[in-house]
Design a protein around this ligand. Sequence first.
Ligand SMILES: Nc1ncnc2c1ncn2[C@@H]1O[C@H](COP(=O)(O)OP(=O)(O)OP(=O)(O)O)[C@@H](O)[C@H]1O
Length: 896
Amino acid sequence: MQQYREIKARHQDAILFFRMGDFYEMFYEDAEVASRAIGLTLTSRNNGGAAEVPLAGIPVKAAAEYLRRLVGQGYRVAICEQVEDPKLAKGLVKREVVETITPGAVFADDLLDGSRANYVCAVAMGRDTSRDAARDQIGVAAADLSTGELRLFIVTLADAPAVLARLAPRELLLVRNATQPELDAALSVVDNALVTHREGWEFDAQLAADELTRQFDVRSLEGFGLGSDDRAAVGAAGALLRYLRELQPGGLPHLARPLVERPGGIMPLDEMTRRNLELVESLRGGEVAGTLLSVLDRTATPMGQRLLRAWLLAPLLERGAIEQRLDAVTVLVRDPVGRTALREALDGVRDVERLASKAAAGRATPRELRALGDSLARLPQVAKAVRDVLSHANQGGSQGGELAHMLQHWDDGADCAAKLTHMLVARPPLMIGDEDTIAPGVDADLDELRALRDGGKDAIATIQQQERARTGIASLKVGFNKVFGYFLEISNANKHLVPDDYQRRQTLTGAERYVTPALKEYEEKVLSAADRIETRERELFEALRRDAGAAIARWQVVARRVATIDVLSSFADVAEREQYVRPELHDDYDMEIVAGRHPVVERMMAREKFIPNDLLLTSDAQLIVLTGPNMAGKSTILRQVGLIQLLAQVGAYVPARRARLPIVDRLFTRVGASDNLVRGQSTFMVEMSETSAILHTATKRSLVLLDEIGRGTSTYDGVSIAWSVSEHLHDAIGCKTVFATHYHELTQLENELAGVKNFTVAVREVGDQVLFLHKLIPGGADRSYGIEVGRLAGLPAPVITRAKEVLALLEGEGEQMAARLTADGMQAPLSTKRRGPRMKHQLHADQLGFFGEAPAAPVDASATRLKAAVSALDTDSMTPLEALTTLAALKRGAEE
Ligand SMILES: Nc1ncnc2c1ncn2[C@@H]1O[C@H](COP(=O)(O)OP(=O)(O)OP(=O)(O)O)[C@@H](O)[C@H]1O
């Protein structure tokens, strides 16, 4: 236990799997935690007379499954192996922790999702002093151990959540005890990540620079595009490297040189937009089904699948870069035959990125190394298919954009592929020794040993014939087991025929097993050959794996290119199948979508059922107020505009007949009330902070899509906020905006502001039923048909009838109110600038009065009346403003 305690002391925060023979044992608290977490049986062990030690063990062979479950629940597990042969050990067997597995640092396939990267991110805060006004700067270092990818991000505090949400790390490394409330807020977008705190000095930029230069064997970090102002990112990378090295004491030979990303090239997508547009996860359930990703994913390789996901979360901002991708998609769309050939070539390509990483980390099994070889061997076909597509395109005068870049300095590692497929058998075993791994004809020694082994086996088979003839026992057979080796088995019925020179080895119920000197002689040959074969195979295999792994940088590059080709061809495939068009991008303001469709909703119905819609946003119509009944399709139109713009900036074709689009610098989508209660904020508060973020960040070049601002509060507060938000977006920001709302009052904005246009989604009334036409037409809606939708949803008939009565009453009230307002000399009923607080108050009191729940001011002065009024209040459903207003009314009542 002494050895255990010493090792455990160095791995306090992990569950220690302590190797003892064929088991990993866990002791004390580790055993208790593991037994609770994954239902292991807890036993105990007598610790030399001292107290009982809780103990739980798992067989080494079954460890992968237990690991998967523990790590899946967010635990870290340190694997402590016996690092010397117990037979050769003098005294206690030496043991060491060979790796620590955490949710963010795993290699095993069953702990990874092939369709997404598995990042561990270190985040540090710094200051950018290079500008006139020093600004907070966030450095994020992200590593995916399974692919060897290392990325550094230098972002502003405001953009940090977008980057982190995009990376969706499984594990976060933060400075211990740092008081950084701004950073904590930014980090709140990361769900379900294991947080690991590290000492502040580990994030020191100077130390980190040393760490990085040592790891990548370079003189300075300038070659990576890192300068002295990037202290936060460098610090984060240093801390991350140090941490990963601790987890992998064997080193990180497969870690690629860092790719640095700065603001500018990529549009930061905030969490609400990412969620509301359901880019890679559905709003409900967080699944891929029903997302943009699910529609666009026709990739053939896991690398392509991962890259597609990353692209959808990182739209581009530079027109040149976008056009490069679009050019590539165009040549692929125009050449269906070439594209089919390309997709066929891609089809058998496995996860080169992860397989190569395993090879470099010395973990690839024989089967995986062969899969790497087979996949690399297919790459020349991929290159040929791309070349064919490009040469067709060239004949038509097109250069091929990004696709052409993929072939520049193309290195598919044909040499290595040939070596791997030549040296390894076609279907190698999972482990050396189970079956042959190295192909025949590769190594003379090995061939000779195999001839010996096979000759021995043949000789043994001959012995069976000879001995049957000699003894006359037809059922005599030669067998083998690991304990006794080769033997001759004779059933009890024939025991009397056994010759004298047979030596008995084993007695079974119905038979006896014997050996002869000749059998032993061949057995010796066969077994020693088998031992030597395994040793030689291991030598050859490990050398081969080292060679393949040493070229990791080449494989990382080619894997990335294959992924890009795969995504581009997936875009082309979807474009053709779903009849998407190439967006026409320009640098001006206007946005024109002709017959646009929602890529996901249209797939949920027969193609002709989905009604396409046109949308024009220009400086004369920069803010569209979109009203219309419930269920008419307002949210669908809103989202489809966002998705079309996003797809265009990702470099994909878009679901429309024609789309002339500007490049927008930001895309904001606030839809409905998102459920942020988990984060301890009220729905309305969340809505307001999201709106506030948009107003602070949007520019003239942004696209803002708002659905139902202000719904979470009282009608008058809501309308007032929606009104002033629209004015601000129109006057102060000037961005393109589509504002879907049930507040029909907002349609009056069209009369007041030059760039506002009203649109509505048409419905037709047939009798007392409503037909949803889903067609966008100019003008405003005057009714919501909410009750009709309630009826469709199955509200009981009496409730519907009563709702209609109440509506009629309310509408009567509204008319009276309008009349009163006009009498008061108000121009536009909702020109809030002109309407003072007194008036708001008065409106409110009317509203309360109608429902008769709260006391309308003035309240009777007597204490009993006041008490009754207070206890009648439904405080749970009141908004803060209602509460204040009512309180003021009560106070006035009390004072009278
Ligand atoms: N263009 C369209 N063509 C065909 N069906 C559509 C179209 N747009 C929407 N729909 C259908 O109508 C349903 C309701 O659409 P949506 O949620 O966009 O309505 P809404 O006006 O935003 O409703 P609410 O105001 O109640 O939120 C969609 O789920 C879809 O089935």
